[in-house]
Design a protein around this ligand. Structure first.
Ligand SMILES: O=c1ccn([C@H]2C[C@H](O)[C@@H](COP(=O)(O)OP(=O)(O)OP(=O)(O)O)O2)c(=O)[nH]1
Length: 348
């Protein structure tokens, strides 16, 4: 979520993550080992710039806990005000995979483009391999400054400077339906391949655009636009904060997330929900808690379902007296055609 209200609780969670990331070997401004006392003043300073509206903060949370975060710092300068700097991008060392860091980065970039910045920069400590992550997300290496930083044992290490220019087809200012630049094919982020455009309106500008968590994933993650508490057996219709225009000849299918199902017994009443090509209202997710004993609380910004877009065949029903025989193209069906057999006719 972008720029959540800053209070003592959030600050404490942020400092806590920052200390854990540093002490696990992360390079986010402090030497390993560090302490809450060392990190807290800098965290407070960065958060006050967010509260003042000068900088942006993006956090990924699980309930109250902060799992990943990053800042976008801006400058009030006539000559360098067009450049923003991404700082302190960090992810809980215990949370592997899931593309959390990539999502926080994408949201920070989006914040920069919405501020009409024309270039974003960041620095990384050489030797950590972190630059590979940014290069894979469209950043370029501008410079390597020798000996600018100290590592955990006090030895000088190089500092790498990376930047990303504002893309020609970046997200439009808030509220506008994205329009494709002529001749340019959109890319599904993370896949590196061109993908069919899916026009999306964010009805809730604090929620990220839906994205694939990994290259090759079938479903775009959908986020909850509101908090919801589900008692055992209870259901709720939860907004996703999105409206989409599914291309003609296709359908959007809202599928459950297996993680929520396995961990909490939360699935969809109508799995998969059908989003028709002509539907322009908010995509809603009909959640149900199938756990017999435990209630579950989901928060705004949590991923609650996934949208799979598939092509559909449209057929013209033609009334007949007799249905034609099934013709097995391969003539290999053991036991003949199915006929009227169903509902377990082949055994258990
Ligand atoms: O999980 C879902 C299912 C549906 N819809 C929206 C999109 C869909 O195009 C519309 C209608 O859904 P569906 O055809 O499944 O509902 P219905 O009960 O047949 O309602 P209607 O009479 O409006 O078609 O509601 C959702 O947002 N989420």
């Amino acid at each position: 979520m972008r720029n959540p209200p800053v209070d003592d609780r959030l600050e404490a969670r942020i400092v806590d993550l920052w200390v854990r990331v540093t002490n696990a070997g992360g390079a986010v401004g402090f030497l390993n080992p560090t302490s809450h006392e060392a990190v807290a003043p800098l965290a407070r300073q960065q958060l006050s710039a967010v509260t003042a509206g000068r900088d942006d903060l993006v956090v990924a949370r699980d309930g109250d806990e902060v799992l990943a975060l990053g800042f976008l710092a801006t400058r009030a300068s006539e000559v360098s005000g067009h450049v923003g700097t991404i700082q302190r991008l960090q992810r809980d060392p215990q949370v592997r995979g899931g593309g959390l860091g990539a999502r926080v980065l994408a949201e920070l970039e989006q914040a920069g483009w919405e501020r009409e910045l024309s270039r974003l920069t960041l620095t990384v400590r050489a030797g950590t391999g972190r630059e590979a992550f940014y290069l894979a997300h469209g950043w370029q290496l501008d410079a390597r400054l020798p000996g600018r930083l100290l590592d955990a044992i006090g030895a000088e290490v190089d500092e790498l400077h990376l930047s990303k220019p504002r893309p020609a087809s970046d997200p439009r200012p808030s509220g506008e339906v994205p329009r494709l630049v002529d001749g340019e094919a959109p890319r599904a982020s993370g896949t590196g391949k061109t993908a069919a455009p899916l026009p999306v309106r964010r009805l809730d500008l604090d929620l990220p655009l839906p994205d694939y968590a990994h290259p090759g994933d079938a479903g775009l993650d959908l986020y909850a636009a509101e908090d919801v508490r589900l008692s055992p057996g209870a259901r709720a219709v939860v907004g996703s904060g999105l409206a989409v225009a599914i291309p003609e000849g296709h359908v959007g299918l809202v599928h459950p997330r297996s993680g929520l199902a396995a961990r909490h017994g939360v699935t969809l009443v109508n799995a998969p929900g059908t989003i028709d090509a002509g539907y322009r209202g908010e995509v809603k997710v009909v959640l149900v808690n199938l756990d017999p004993a435990e209630p579950v609380t989901l928060h705004r910004g949590d991923r609650i379902a996934q949208l799979v877009v598939q092509s559909v065949a449209h057929v013209a029903p033609v009334e007949v007296d007799e249905l034609p025989e099934f013709e097995d193209a391969h003539e290999q069906t053991p036991g003949g055609a199915r006929g009227a057999g169903g509902f377990g006719s082949t055994g258990r």
